[in-house]
Structures are given as structure tokens and as C-alpha cells.
Design a protein around this ligand. Structure first.
Ligand SMILES: [Zn+2]
Length: 519
């Protein structure tokens, strides 16, 4: 039975919803024509940077089929036909022309595959394009115009994605991550593709419903590793097993986008509207009731206090997260504010990974390993947002990569003249915006992070690899494009009233359906 084998890929998934469907002639999977493609980025509207074409990684055609991310599609007894998938490190809004160019190519590739029964859209959900509100809805509308009204559209989402009524009106099904940090990427994509294949084979058009919840939290307060996030999301697998339920998604939304659609949401795909309404209302009410409980999961402090606490810690390594400038949340990653504080405090035995600074990185490559260099570090991408730091450094390591756009250098900044190796600050400079959240990001540069007293990373909540070694873990509430002090964010012009921006809101969950399900 193909039907059974599809869902058996998903840990803990249930067949209840599927077995509730009356037996009838199925469409053989091999006869189905299904395409896939999408665009994924998270954009802070508080960033002055623009995401341009050179920052997107675009996989097309066979590159997609052979990629690690989509190899799970080979398990199905149907060929998922690739179009393109464009992804970029979170950052500033996408430049309009870049978006239009990628979209045009996606649509052209989609058109070449017509006719289609289904389209799988691997998305993020928090894209902001210059001059556009609700960019994902624009992408889906454009795809819908090409594939026609009968083709089923299934999207997978990050739980930090934003939903809107136009999105619900255009898609047929949606599944979002259930973990933050995100450790269920493949399970989520499988839920989206399993639903799609199931509905196509059973000739079902599912019902899509949602409840917007006027609560906006940064990811750092709404992780699924601790309550209330933990208990809220823990219910989803069991709810997914209820009759007629194909997917239950609970989304935090993306707080650093000043858009009307930015909000938390429950989205439910199924074939049992009453059950869907009941579950959606209940989850939305629980989320609302928990709104004042969302707390940071780690110690937070100002930059200076965090540096002092890390230096005073009796245990090591202290991991200090520079949260406002975290590139995986949309931060610039070019700010030297924490570096300035470390130097002022004369911090020793520190590894700092890393600061995006192409000119400083290139200066290191020009000078060579062992050379002393005078560097201006930081504030190269957005000179208005922060100040650079001047420092004398010794070049320790240069990553072998012929492409200057991917250069990374390790320098040592001695705190006092004659300092011994590994004293002072070991700093990673990169030519491009990237995180250092995995141990391998350090070891590939010849660094053992655990051997340092203090590790500084540009991060919010720590990654699954860094969190277990942090001793202690300190999150600096630093300024930047994703400042955690959300109620004081500038230019909240378009956002609808939501908690905590408005403290005394009243809310009663209201379920909205999709125009596609109206008779
Ligand atoms: Zn996310």
C-alpha cells in the first residue's frame, strides 16, 4: 500500500485521517504530475541592507534533484519535477528586481511542466520584497495563474513565517516546523508532500483554515525547548491524529517585519471542518492565554554586563550571543559593538566568530599568515548602524577558497604587547554574511571553540551544537536589525495591534476559511 508507506516516513504520524476516507479508486501515483519549487528568506524591515541576486543560492533542475535537501523526494513512487529553489541567509528586504527575476524564471520553468496535478512549495514565509506587502502571497498567486485552479498547492513553512488571508485563499495545504531551534526540517517537508500525494491520489481537495493570533514574540522567547512553547507545540502530533486532520501548524510569525500580516497563527489542513475549527480555536486560545509567559530561555544582559559576566565566570566556555546582529534572524552581522566592549574590558582567551567585513578579510589575505595588520573592523555593510573598531592584529589562518566572496580569515588581537598565543581575542572575519553556529564552523578554521574561556557568536538562542557546551550561556541584548527590545522598535507603521506592542488587547479566536473551499 503506497498510502501507508508515505506516512510511515514520519515519526509518530497517524493514519487516522487517511483511513477515514472511504475506499474508492485511487489515482496511481505514477500517473500524477507534481512539480516543486519556491523561495525562502527571512527579511527584517529594520535592516538598511538589501538582499540582491548574488546573495541567493539558486538550485535548478537536476541540481535540485541531487541536493541533500530534496533527496527525500526520491522515496516516493512518483517523480517530483524540479523547477528552482532560491534561498538566502536572512537579512534585509529583497531588492524588487531580484525578486521579479527569480519569480519569472520559476514561472517559466513551471509552465514548461504543464499540465500539473500538484505543486509543492518549499518556503520560509517571512520574505519582504521592496514595495510589496505579503510577498509570499504574490508568489503563490503567480504560480496559481500558471497551474490553474484545479492543481493542488502544498507549502512547507518555517514557524517564523507569516500567514495572511490571500495566502490561505491560494494554497490548499500547509505544514510548518514544530521545533525552534529547527530540528524537524525534513519531517515538515515530508508532511507537506505526504498530504499532497495523499489528496491527489484520493482526489480530495482539503479544507484550509486559520486563526490569526495578535501576539508577536521574537524566536528567543518562543523556543519549543522550554515553556510555554514546549507544551504548546508538544500537543500538535496528537492533534494531527484526530479524524479528518491532515496537518496542524502553529506559527510564531516574524516579529521584525512591520507588515499587517505579521502575527502568530494556527493553520489547519483537513477534511473535517468542524474538527478543524475546534482544534484551531482551542490552540489559538491557549497561545493567547500564554502570551505573558513567553520568556528568554537564557540569562540576558547588556553588552558590557555580558562581557563582564563572561570574564568573571568560574566555568568555561561562556558563550556570549550578540543577539541584535544575528544573521540567522535577519541581522547584518557586520557590527563590532561586542568586540569594542571586549577590548575595553581587556578580555582574554576569547574566540569571536565572526564579523562580516570584506575589506578587513581581504587585507588579511593580502598580508598573508604571520603578518601584522592594522585593521578597521566592522560597520562596512551599514556604516550608519554601528561604529568600526580599529585594532592591530596578527593573521593566523586564511581559508583556502579561490573565490574572494567566500574568504574567511582568523586574526589574533593581543590585548597587551607580548601577550602569549591564545591570549587576547581570536577573531574570525568573513567576506560574506554567515553564522558560526556549528562546531565544524570553527574546526574548519583550525579553531577548537571548547578550549577558549569565552566564545562570542552572533546568535539568538544557541544552536543545538553550541547550547550543550555553553557554561554559562549569556545573551547580550545588543542593538541591530533584529533588536530583541521589540516594543521599542522604530517605524511600527503597518503592524496591526498585537501583544506586547499593545498591552491591554482583547481577543476571541475567530476561524477563517479559504475562498477555495467555498461552494
Ligand atoms: Zn525560523
Amino acid at each position: 500500500m503506497y498510502r501507508r508507506s508515505f506516512l510511515s516516513f514520519i515519526r509518530g504520524a497517524s493514519l487516522t485521517a487517511l483511513t477515514a476516507v472511504p475506499e474508492r479508486a485511487q489515482t496511481p501515483a505514477r500517473d500524477l504530475r507534481i512539480a516543486y519549487g519556491g523561495i525562502g528568506i527571512e527579511c527584517s524591515t529594520y535592516s538598511r541592507l538589501r538582499t540582491r541576486m548574488n546573495e541567493f543560492t539558486i538550485l535548478r533542475g537536476a541540481e535540485l534533484t541531487s541536493s541533500d535537501r530534496f533527496k527525500f523526494l526520491k522515496r516516493y513512487p512518483v517523480t517530483f519535477m524540479p523547477t528552482l529553489v532560491a534561498t538566502a541567509t536572512p537579512g534585509g528586504p529583497v531588492e524588487r528586481q531580484t525578486y521579479e527575476t527569480i519569480k519569472a524564471e520559476f514561472l517559466k520553468r513551471l509552465e514548461a511542466l504543464l499540465p500539473l496535478d500538484g505543486l509543492y512549495l518549499p518556503m520560509h514565509g517571512a520574505m519582504f520584497v521592496d514595495g510589496m506587502q505579503d510577498a509570499e502571497a504574490d508568489w503563490y498567486h503567480a504560480a496559481r495563474r500558471v497551474v490553474g485552479p484545479d492543481c493542488l498547492l502544498s507549502a512547507s513553512y518555517d514557524l517564523h513565517g507569516n500567514i495572511s488571508q490571500p495566502i490561505i485563499d491560494t494554497l490548499d495545504m500547509l505544514s510548518a516546523f514544530r521545533t525552534a531551534p529547527h530540528i524537524d526540517r525534513e519531517e515538515t517537508m515530508l508532511r507537506a508532500t505526504d498530504m499532497l500525494l495523499h489528496c491527489l491520489r484520493e482526489k480530495i481537495r482539503p479544507t484550509l483554515m486559520w486563526v490569526p493570533i495578535p501576539v508577536l514574540m521574537p524566536g528567543e522567547r518562543s523556543s519549543t525547548e522550554w515553556d510555554p512553547g514546549k507544551r504548546l507545540w508538544a500537543q500538535l502530533p496528537a492533534l494531527n491524529r484526530e479524524p479528518g486532520i491532515l496537518d496542524v501548524s502553529l506559527l510564531v510569525g516574524y516579529v521584525w517585519a512591520d507588515e499587517p500580516r505579521s502575527t502568530a497563527a494556527v493553520v489547519i489542513t483537513g477534511t473535517a471542518p468542524d474538527n478543524q475549527r475546534r482544534i484551531a480555536t482551542n490552540l489559538a486560545q491557549q497561545y493567547w492565554d500564554a502570551r505573558a509567559e513567553f520568556k528568554f530561555g537564557t540569562e540576558t544582559c547588556t553588552v558590557d554586563d555580558c562581557v563582564q559576566r563572561a570574564m568573571d565566570a568560574k566555568t568555561q566556555p561562556a558563550i556570549l550571543a550578540d543577539s541584535g546582529d544575528n544573521p540567522t534572524g535577519g541581522g547584518n552581522s557586520d557590527q563590532a559593538t561586542v568586540l569594542e566592549s571586549l577590548l575595553r574590558h581587556k578580555a582574554q582567551n576569547v574566540v569571536f566568530a565572526g564579523i562580516t567585513d570584506r575589506p578587513a578579510t581581504e587585507a588579511c589575505y593580502k598580508a598573508g599568515v604571520g603578518a601584522r595588520v592594522s585593521l578597521s573592523i566592522g560597520a562596512t555593510l551599514d556604516p550608519k548602524a554601528s561604529q568600526p573598531v580599529k585594532a592591530e592584529a596578527v593573521v593566523k589562518f586564511l581559508l583556502a577558497d579561490a573565490d574572494p566572496a567566500h574568504h574567511e580569515a582568523v586574526v589574533q588581537i593581543p590585548v597587551e604587547a607580548g601577550a602569549l598565543p591564545r591570549q587576547g581575542i581570536t577573531l574570525v572575519l568573513s567576506a560574506y554574511r554567515r553564522p558560526y553556529h556549528d562546531i565544524q564552523d570553527f574546526t574548519r578554521l583550525g579553531l577548537d571553540p571548547k578550549s577558549f574561556k569565552i566564545i562570542v557568536v552572533k546568535s539568538g538562542y544557541l544552536s543545538p551544537e553550541l547550547a550543550p557546551i555553553a557554561n554559562p550561556s549569556l545573551m547580550a541584548l545588543s542593538d541591530g536589525a533584529i533588536n530583541q527590545d521589540i516594543v521599542h522598535l522604530p517605524a511600527n507603521r503597518y503592524r496591526r495591534p498585537s501583544y506586547p506592542f499593545v498591552a491591554d488587547l482583547k481577543f476571541t479566536p475567530k476561524v477563517y476559511g479559504s475562498v477555495r473551499n467555498r461552494p
